[in-house]
Design a protein around this ligand. Structure first.
Ligand SMILES: N[C@@H](CCC(=O)N[C@@H](CS)C(=O)NCC(=O)O)C(=O)O
Length: 207
């Protein structure tokens, strides 16, 4: 069995969280190396692109959260074997990464700059992505984004939507989903109540 080490901030969200969930659900042992924000300058020195997350597989270190979650999805059976279902899964993953990038661009801003940037997202791009996600969910059976079962697309969607609804992102109203894509609210609750996921967030340090 390969030794896996996932390196990321000690937060219950972001770009490594879907991989943490997938490994947990799949029962694959890994080192969940979490560090504090003030440690990032040191940690990034040891990463290929000065970014996190990274996954170490024995002595090999790889980057890129979507490549990592796809790899782990294959290890855990959470990635579709069917090519078209894999396309639906990847499509959602890439759209969610667009959202991550848009929100990520506002980190580090403060005051009016932060307010203006986040308000601009709420008044255009975020509703567009959320409505599209709702449409994808409905057109793929209403329960999951691909393959009529839990896949890594659902894990990435769960983490992203949970973050948007958390109230931790200033100027992003916690009822944004309810207003523009209410079916995603029910979806979020349903995915969050899957026993392995609910159990994961009930463990100290994970939530
Ligand atoms: N495309 C990369 C983006 C990674 C990324 O931007 N990570 C952030 C933290 S969530 C980071 O390390 N930012 C520092 C930087 O890019 O300089 C991925 O998906 O892994």
């Amino acid at each position: 069995m390969d030794r896996l080490k996932l390196t990321y901030f000690d937060v219950p969200g972001g770009r490594a969280e879907p991989t943490r969930l997938a490994l947990h659900i799949g029962g694959i042992a890994f080192e969940d190396y979490r560090f504090q924000f003030n440690e990032f300058p040191e940690v990034r020195k040891n990463t290929p692109l000065n970014q996190v997350p990274t996954l170490q597989i024995n002595d090999l270190q790889v980057t890129q959260s979507d490549a990592i979650i796809r790899y782990v999805g294959k290890l855990t059976g959470l990635y579709p074997a069917d090519h078209l279902q894999a396309l639906f899964c990847d499509e959602v993953i890439s759209a969610l990464e667009d959202v991550n990038i848009k929100i990520g661009a506002t980190f580090g801003l403060t005051g009016y700059e932060l307010k203006n940037a986040r308000t601009a997202l709420v008044s255009g791009p975020l509703p567009r992505y959320l409505q599209w996600l709702q449409k994808q969910l409905e057109s793929h059976g209403g329960e999951y984004f691909a393959d009529n079962r839990l896949t890594i697309a659902d894990l990435k969607a769960f983490v992203c939507l949970r973050g948007l609804k958390s109230g931790k992102l200033d100027h992003i109203p916690t009822d944004l989903l309810d207003q523009v894509a209410p079916k995603l609210v029910a979806y979020l609750q349903r995915i969050g109540s899957i026993p392995a996921i609910a159990q994961y967030y009930s463990t100290p340090g994970a939530a």
